[in-house]
Design a protein around this ligand. Structure first.
Ligand code: 2PG
Ligand code: MG
Length: 433
């Protein structure tokens, strides 16, 4: 028995930022150290994601997680006792084997991800991001944040079809500078909407929830907010979108309800292409649906040399799906959400598959979040380069951004990557000229 031997694994039900039950896990070691983590939850979920085990029935709308909690306290606890928490691969392999399905349907991805991340925390003998860097032989860096200003899609009653209207500040020299600039844009966006009587509140990830009359109007307002904050759009600040097209595109047909338009895959791509021409958009996620790999490939052929094209629903942090998409020429970047696959080891395998394809990765939160900041440790430790957390409001979001500030403040030697991940986009070319 070493001092990192697991002596007990337990779980309890806690609550997420949407007021829904979720799983918190603890991994206890022989040294007396405990690691803890909480599972997040998505709303715009890919169909091939790990299953969140929910109780069903009428309690909390069927969303309770007492079965997932019981699985941790029972079978998972029994299986992991005696393992070395420092051997993340062995712990995760034990979880995968115990579950026995391809999508964590037995134990629940919500149970396995909480335990897997708790193990990472328990095994770390200093900052968790340093442990991550050591485990995976990576060079830690401070990432470029991607921050939501307007929320839509499944996160805001589908008032706007496009899900995330975000900004990035690739021209900043530090993370602190990114946050200063973003704070100005976020507040300016809220004021402009309030002045026009268009403000309805905040969406699930803290971005403003507006009453727009078209998807394009949201982009126009975003430009105005950037300008009111004293910035030149496309200069230090660029726009980033998560279209989340799987939410309104099925079988090659895309329905933008707000614009009252139904298009085929090529029509949808053309519409997005017009936005790329008109607005300083440097990154676009899920421009087409998860069931439209040919469409994603065509889009990547057409626009992949000027904009980052991130796969979320089509890749679901799954190494095999990343390899398949890369072979098809679909996407040129990956979104990394650990709970889409269910363990740290499998998420890192997807990250490696993306890196092998020459793709950057964006580590991402879910729309249902908590105070858990494990994704900051993963992003910094892997040197992933980009971090998407949601907006610049609400503490489940700010917990992550403030954790970034703490890491930057206490580690002056860590390099902030700035605009490097966007080097292959129009912004990168402009910055080099
Ligand atoms: C996404 C995420 C975060 P959800 O689509 O990228 O914005 O949303 O967690 O609901 O899948
Ligand atoms: Mg997405």
């Amino acid at each position: 028995m070493t001092n990192r031997t697991i002596t007990r694994v337990l779980a309890r039900r806690v609550w997420d930022s949407r007021g829904r039950p979720t799983v918190e896990a603890e991994v206890h070691l022989s040294s007396g150290v405990t690691g803890r983590a909480i599972a997040p939850a998505g709303a715009s979920r890919g169909t091939r994601e790990a299953i969140d085990l929910r109780d069903g029935g009428s309690r909390f709308g069927g969303m309770d997680v007492m079965r997932a909690v019981a699985g941790v306290n029972g079978a998972i606890n029994a299986r992991l006792i005696g393992l070395d928490a420092g051997d993340q691969a062995a712990v995760d392999a034990a979880l995968v084997a115990l579950d026995g399905t391809s999508n964590k349907a037995t134990l629940g991805g919500n149970a396995t991800v909480a335990v897997s991340l708790a193990c990472l925390h328990a095994a770390a003998q200093g900052p968790v991001w340093q442990h991550v860097a050591q485990l995976y032989g990576a060079t830690p860096t401070l990432p470029l944040p991607e921050i939501q200003i307007f929320g839509g899609g499944a996160h805001a009653g589908r008032r706007v079809d496009i899900q995330d209207f975000m900004v990035m500040v690739p021209g900043a020299g530090t993370m602190a500078e990114v946050f200063e600039v973003t704070a100005g844009i976020y507040v300016a966006a809220g004021s402009i909407l309030a002045e026009k009587g268009l403000l309805r509140g905040v969406a699930d990830e803290g971005g403003w929830w507006p009453e727009f009359t078209s998807n394009e109007e949201a982009l126009d307002f975003l430009i105005r907010a950037i300008e009111r904050a004293g910035e030149v759009p496309g200069d230090r600040v660029v726009i980033s979108l998560d279209v989340a097209a799987s939410e309104f595109g099925h079988g090659g047909q895309y329905r933008l309800a707000l614009d009252d338009r139904t298009m085929d895959s090529a029509g949808m791509a053309e519409r997005l292409g017009q936005w790329l021409d008109r607005y300083p958009i440097a990154s676009i996620e899920d421009p087409l649906a998860e069931d439209d790999l040919p469409g994603l490939a065509a889009f990547t052929r057409e626009y992949g040399d000027r904009v980052q094209i991130i796969g979320d629903d089509a890749l679901v942090t799954n190494a095999a799906l990343v390899r398949q998409a890369a072979a098809a020429g679909a996407c040129n970047a990956m979104l990394l959400k650990v709970n889409q696959i269910g363990t740290v080891t499998e998420a890192v395998a997807a990250w490696r598959a993306a890196a092998n394809a020459g793709w950057p990765s964006v580590v991402s939160a879910r729309s249902g979040e908590t105070e858990d900041t494990s994704i900051v440790d993963l992003c910094v430790g892997l040197g992933a380069g980009q971090l998407k957390v949601g907006s610049f409001a609400r503490s489940e979001r700010m917990a992550k951004w403030n954790a970034c500030i703490r890491v930057e403040d206490t580690n002056p030697d860590l390099r902030f990557v700035g605009g490097e991940p966007l080097a292959k986009t129009w912004w990168g070319r402009k910055a080099r000229d």
